[in-house]
Design a binder for this molecule. Structure first.
Ligand code: C2G
Length: 150
């Protein structure tokens, strides 16, 4: 039983996450995911739209994922690898090199991220679109007031 382990926040679950999880699932028999808890994300300086329970539920609903456990700190990876009997530790290459210290315990490697999609980009897109909509509504309102006053 070849187990792959990976970690992440997986906020606003998107195709970049799916591509990664699909590729990881093809590397072995079992894929386990450490999902960052809300408190660990504050430690990482990250705010999320979806709380941990929803991000966990989305991962558990993903056909490529066999088990999801909470990632609560930076130090737990060794214990997780041992508990899950993982033989591969894989992350997207935005983390390249950051976890090489685990290579005495498990094979560590990094795979290319999916370009042009990230939770941050989704949040930015929605913010810009909302701002554009607000301007449009303000313009329509001032136009309506002008017409009423004339
Ligand atoms: N990812 C990807 N392509 C994207 C976006 C993300 O391949 N377009 C990958 C990342 O490289 C990472 C995983 O999806 O391997 C999860 O990404 P995040 O949710 O952003 O994870 P992060 O907040 O970086 O947390 O201890 C490790 C941390 O918990 C990782």
């Amino acid at each position: 039983m070849k187990t792959i382990i990976t970690y992440g926040t997986f906020d606003l679950f998107h195709v970049g996450h799916i591509n990664l999880l699909k590729r990881l699932s093809e590397l072995g028999d079992r894929l386990v995911v450490g999902c960052s808890t809300d408190s660990f994300n504050s430690l990482k300086g990250k705010t999320t739209v979806y709380p941990y329970e929803q991000r966990k539920a989305l991962l558990e609903a993903c056909r490529y994922v066999d088990n999801v456990f909470p990632e609560e700190n930076w130090e737990q990876k060794r214990a997780d690898i041992t508990r899950e009997k993982a033989t591969l530790f894989v992350m997207g290459d935005d983390w390249a090199g950051k976890f090489d210290n685990l290579s005495d315990l498990v094979e560590v490697f990094y795979i290319p991220r999916t370009p042009d999609i990230s939770s941050t980009e989704v949040k930015t897109y929605l913010k810009v679109r909302d701002e554009e909509k607000t301007v449009e509504i303000k313009n329509l309102l001032s136009r309506a007031i002008e017409l009423l006053e004339s």
